[in-house]
Design a protein around this ligand. Structure first.
Ligand SMILES: Cc1cc2nc3c(=O)[nH]c(=O)nc-3n(C[C@H](O)[C@H](O)[C@H](O)COP(=O)(O)OP(=O)(O)OC[C@H]3O[C@@H](n4cnc5c(N)ncnc54)[C@H](O)[C@@H]3O)c2cc1C
Length: 457
């Protein structure tokens, strides 16, 4: 259905993009990491991109979309992995990039406009001796609103856990898509109503988060003779509460060659541990490496690491070789590679890591992202998979699940199919209130699909 002229006319003073190439680009995310999603989403796009300048613009756009029953898909940095930001039914892409201010900061907390990029937030906070507790490895492009609506964890999770943990997000402001939109403040547990909801139930305009004290994070790589040895070290190091740390990642020896820029820092067959630690405590880290029979092969100072994060130097920041950046590096070398999302239970995690490595040798290549959650250290993984067929992918996920490894399926754009078995997720209920016409990101919530798709047919 073509966009109503009246919608364009009513919003004509707000910046819009309708060059078809730009609209196509702004209708995509990193769904192409999945061979399954690549097939189903490749041709999907919006009709128009609108770039609100402030909250008043957001409310006007929401009202116009509601009045004209036009689908609306919110876009932060567009770095999501499951086609979350891909409009399935055309309509408007709402690009949040211009809503990028810090609203306030006080000791221990800050509030930011939802389109603020996470690297830029940290740049603003640095002179105030604070920083975000965690960020995805896409820190440079990802927005704080997109992280709440589509992300999970990242650098910082080894100390602070995940975005859905109690206290990780203090409050959000959400604008409803109604003929007379409202701005609603959600606080405490109510934040879960819109968290990881793919923007199906309200436009997040502000995010309030706790902040951590700023540390000078230096970067180190240590190598070990096997995945098992590296994982054991990473577990013990993450449990060392006295050492401030931002990142603990383990790469299986089979993953290392895909990290072209880093592969020189390990001999063939060695597993790699990537760490960001508080610089004054780097020595304590290195002693622990030696105790575990490893050796340190790469050192970058906190000052140089920060410069790299801001785009200086020749080597990217080290966190861009961890989390799902690992998949990006691997796909560049071997385009048929894809990935899975796993979470190992605490206590038995190392045992299960060994089991997975052995059971799916040469097919599922592990890298482990260590996390501290609810007082326990464990790890998650976004393992590389040498893809053959969708059936085989499903078989692997089912076997892992049966073994007690929590699987979240990254090969679906339907929120309810993705996993983590969140029976408490109140997203659908909040959608009735915040998006009564079912216009927001239609097709991403199962029970709303028919109604939303009919509305746009
Ligand atoms: C190479 C690579 C590495 C990654 N590493 C990580 C990682 O370490 N940890 C991790 O958690 N994720 C990771 N991701 C996924 C993604 O980068 C993060 O989840 C990121 O936080 C998404 O932010 P964004 O601004 O790009 O969101 P987008 O992709 O723009 O949006 C994500 C979802 O949120 C919705 N949305 C965006 N903004 C709003 C808003 N203001 N209000 C309501 N809904 C909104 C969108 O509609 C979409 O459904 C990675 C992805 C890639 C490609």
């Amino acid at each position: 259905m073509p966009l109503p002229d009246a919608l364009r006319a009513e919003l004509s003073d707000i910046p819009m993009l309708d060059d078809q190439r730009v609209v196509r680009m702004k209708s995509r995310d990193f769904f192409w990491f999945s061979p399954v999603l690549k097939q189903s989403l490749g041709d999907k796009r919006a009709d128009l991109v609108i770039e609100p300048r402030d909250k008043a613009d957001v409310m006007r756009i929401a009202a116009a979309c509601a009045r004209h029953r036009v689908p609306i898909t919110i876009r932060g940095g567009g770095t999501g992995n499951y086609g979350q930001a891909v409009p399935l039914a055309g309509g408007v892409v709402l690009d949040m990039a211009k809503l990028d201010q810090m609203i306030w900061q006080k000791p221990g907390a800050g509030r930011f406009a939802a389109g603020a990029r996470m690297l830029e937030i940290d740049r603003t906070l640095a002179p105030l001796a604070h920083e975000l507790r965690f960020y995805p490895s896409t820190r440079q492009a990802a927005t704080i609103g997109g992280f709440v609506a589509g992300g999970a964890a990242g650098a910082g999770s080894c100390t602070w856990g995940q975005i859905s943990d109690p206290g990780a997000v203090l409050g959000v402001e959400v604008v409803t898509v109604e003929e007379n939109p409202r701005a609603i403040e959600l606080r405490g547990r109510d934040v879960l109503k819109v968290m990881h909801a793919y923007g199906v139930n309200g436009i997040i305009t502000e995010v309030e988060v706790p902040l951590a004290p700023l540390h000078p994070w230096c970067e180190r790589i240590a190598v070990f003779p096997s995945l098992s040895a590296a994982a054991k070290f990473a577990q013990n190091f993450t449990e060392c509460d006295g050492i401030a740390k931002k990142l603990v990642t383990v790469h299986d020896p089979q993953v290392v060659p895909y990290l072209k820029r880093l592969s020189a820092y390990a001999d063939s067959g060695e597993a790699m541990v990537i760490v960001m630690a508080s610089e004054p405590q780097a020595e304590a880290f290195e002693l622990l490496v030696a105790d575990h029979g490893g050796r340190v092969t790469f050192r970058r100072s906190a000052a140089d690491a920060q410069e790299a994060a801001y785009g200086g130097g020749t080597m990217p920041p080290i966190y861009e070789f961890t989390w799902n950046h690992t998949t990006l590096h691997a796909i560049r070398i071997e385009p048929t590679i894809t990935y899975l999302q796993l979470r190992f239970p605490p206590v038995t995690n190392l045992e299960l890591v060994d089991w997975v490595a052995k059971r799916f040798e040469n097919e599922v290549l592990l890298h482990l992202e260590f996390q501290r959650r609810f007082g326990k250290v464990t790890c998650s993984s976004l393992p590389l998979v040498r893809y053959t067929t969708t059936e085989r992918l499903n078989e692997i996920m089912a076997e892992l699940d049966a073994k007690g490894v929590a699987v979240s399926n990254p090969h679906t754009y339907v929120l309810d199919n993705a996993g983590w078995k969140r029976v408490d997720a109140p997203q659908a209920e909040f959608k009735r209130l915040a998006d009564p016409f079912g216009l927001m990101n239609p097709g991403k919530l199962k029970e709303w699909r028919t109604e939303a798709m009919l509305a746009t047919a």
